[in-house]
Design a protein around this ligand. Structure first.
Ligand code: SF4
Length: 343
């Protein structure tokens, strides 16, 4: 039987994806951007953003020179904004410390902001011809099933084993084609739900298939109750406009525009007067809802405050935006959802 890699590469030639805009280039900037966008986002969504982002920031230099707020706005809609923040930080670091050149060693690439081992290896293999494996979500799923590996792949011991297996399966030649084949197989055939084992090029020696464990593997993350937090956000409205605050670069929702958060124990009218010099005429609570983060659940309670008569605020981090303007701005998804629910 041909090797695992040989079968995947042959399958990819006939059935894989060949016309994605980041394929066929060895330019690190384009490959890196695609890898970062694809980290937590489906290909179909990335396709809507990739070229547009490149039009706005065609080079590493252009990205490094742009204000963070513009980068965040171009990322708006892709979510997981820490990726955009790191992208910008990484571009600035590459320009200031390396004259705009990407390192070619996987370990050196992995030390850059926002680039983990798998992304670093993908860049090193596709742009610099290194013989290194990748281990993204798709590859983990395929390996767990094909090799019949139980245990949650996020656990360090399981992940270490998967890296070891991924290295052992690497072909001597055609590494970029093999990596693309792995990603395509995970995305098109060995999917999370309803995998199409009948169309799989490695079905004959797939342990999960033989042992009837396809739906059991990979083992899901162990469930544990998430701690719950609460936060009250002020929707300070003056006519058609709402007051937003640019959050500091570090921390939750860093670098995004958000609504001012009411500190615990404070009262909205006093806080608005003291913090922003605003007079609140009336306060209405709007429906609250819960957003689930990876490590906690956040109960968001909006307080709509009608502001008047004067609404001038001088701080550079504050913005009065109309609904059309905030629809285009880089807002955290829960804040956007909360605002959209307010009549
Ligand atoms: S046979 Fe099925 S479970 Fe096994 S690798 Fe192929 S698609 Fe995945």
């Amino acid at each position: 039987m041909p090797s695992f890699a040989q079968r995947l590469i042959a399958w990819q030639r006939r059935h894989g994806r060949h016309d994605l805009p980041w394929q066929g280039t060895r330019e690190p900037y384009r490959v890196w951007l695609a890898e970062i966008m694809l980290q937590q986002t489906q290909v179909a969504t990335v396709l809507r953003y990739y070229e547009r982002f490149l039009e706005r920031f065609p080079t590493l230099e252009a990205l490094a020179a742009a204000p963070l707020e513009e980068v965040m706005a171009a990322w708006s809609g892709l979510g997981y904004y820490a990726r955009a923040r790191h992208l910008h930080q990484c571009a600035q670091l590459l320009i200031s410390e390396r004259g705009g050149a990407f390192p070619s060693e996987p370990a050196a690439i992995a030390r850059l902001p926002g680039i983990g081992r798998s992304t670093a290896n993908a860049i090193a293999a596709c742009c610099f011809g290194r013989r290194v494996p990748i281990l993204d979500g798709n590859v983990k799923r395929v390996l767990c099933r094909h090799l019949g590996i139980p245990g949650w792949p996020g656990e360090p011991a399981i992940e270490a084993r998967l890296w070891h297996e991924a290295e052992a399966l690497l072909p001597e030649q055609e590494v970029p084609a093999y990596l693309q084949a792995q990603m395509d197989l995970g995305a098109l055939v060995c999917t999370r739900l309803k995998p199409r084992c009948g169309a799989c090029p490695v079905r004959d020696d797939c342990l999960a298939r033989r042992q009837g464990l396809v739906t059991e593997l990979p083992t899901p993350r162990p469930k544990k109750p998430l701690p719950e937090r609460e936060a009250t956000f002020l929707v300070l409205k003056h006519g058609e406009r709402v007051l937003f605050e640019l959050r500091p670069p570090a921390g939750i929702w860093g670098g995004l525009l958000s609504l001012p958060e009411l500190p615990a124990g404070r009262e909205a009218v006093d806080y608005a007067a003291q913090r922003f010099g605003l007079t609140v005429k009336a306060v209405f609570p709007a429906p609250s809802f819960t957003h689930v983060f990876t490590h906690f659940r956040l109960r968001l309670a909006p307080l709509v405050c009608a502001v008047g008569p004067s609404a001038s605020v001088a701080e550079p981090a504050l913005r009065w935006l109309t609904a059309e303007q905030w629809a285009q701005a880089a807002l955290p998804a829960p804040i956007r959802k909360m605002l959209s629910a307010i009549p």
